[in-house]
Ligand binder design. Sequence first.
Ligand code: B1M
Length: 210
Amino acid sequence: MSKIQEIARAVETGKSKIIEGLVQEALAEGIEAQKILNEGMIDAMAVVGEKFQRAEVFVPEMLIAARTMKRGVEMLKPKLGAGETTKLGKCIIGTVHGDLHDIGKNLVALMLESAGFEVIDLGVDVSSENFLNTLKANPDTRLVALSALLTTTMPAMKDTATALKNSGLGSFKLIVGGAPISEQFAQEVGADGYSADAAGAAALAKKLTA
Ligand code: B1M
C-alpha cells in the first residue's frame, strides 16, 4: 500500500492517532502537500460521504473521519501556505446558518490567508446578523466568503448573500462555494464569484479584489 493509500485509509477509518505520523512520513518521502491533501484526504472524505449515503457508516464515523482529516491538515498547513507577503486586505469567511461543516471552509480560509488576505473566520452556523455585524465593525473588508455543504442550507446562503448585498456596507466582493453550490446558484444569489475548490477560491479572490 502506498503512503497516500495509507493516509486515505486512516482518514476513512478515523485513525486520528496515526495520521500525523503518516503525513510526516509522506512529506519526508517527498510527496507534495497538495497531493497528500487531494488524494489522501479529500478523496477519502468523499468515500466516507458515499458510505454514509449507503448507510454503511453513520454521523459518528463521519465526525471521527473529519477529526482525523483536521489533524492531518494541521501537519500540512506550513507546506500549503505559500506565505505571500502582499497584503490584500480583510476577508470575512464562515459557513452559513444551520451548517456545521467546516473542513472545506477552513481550507479556503488557509488558502486566502496564504494568498495575503487578513482572514476573519466566523466559524460554522453563522447567521446573517453575525456576518453583517462583522462587516459593520470592519468597513474596510475587501472580501466576504460563504461556504455551505448541505442542500438544506443553500437558502441560508441565499438569505445571507442578499442581506450582505443589500446592506450598503463597504465595497466588498462576495464569493460562495461548497459541494452543492454551482456557478448558476452563485449568480442567482448575486455573488461576484464561485469556485469549486479552495485553491480556486484564493485565485478568484485575488482577481476580484485586484
Ligand atoms: Co455531513 N453531509 N452531515 N457531516 N458530510 C455531507 C456534506 C453529505 C454530502 C454526505 C452524504 O450524504 N453523501 C450530506 C449532504 C447531503 C446534501 O445536503 N445533499 C451530509 C449530511 C446529510 C449531513 C447531516 C445532515 C447528517 C445527519 O445528521 N443526518 C449532518 C448535518 C449537520 C449540519 O451541518 N447541520 C452532517 C454532519 C456531518 C459531520 C458533523 C459529522 C461532519 C462534518 C465535520 C466538520 O466539518 N467539522 C460531516 C462530514 C465530514 C461530511 C462529509 C463526509 C465530508 C465533508 C468534508 O469535510 N469534505 C460529506 C460528504 C462529502 O463531502 N462527500 C458530508 C472534505 C472537504 C475538503 O470538502 O467541504 O466539500 P468540502 O470543501 C471543498 C469544496 O466544497 C470547496 O473547497 C473544498 C475543497 O478544496 N469549498 C469552497 C467549500 N467551501 C467553499 C467556499 C468557497 C469556495 C470553495 O468560497 C467561499
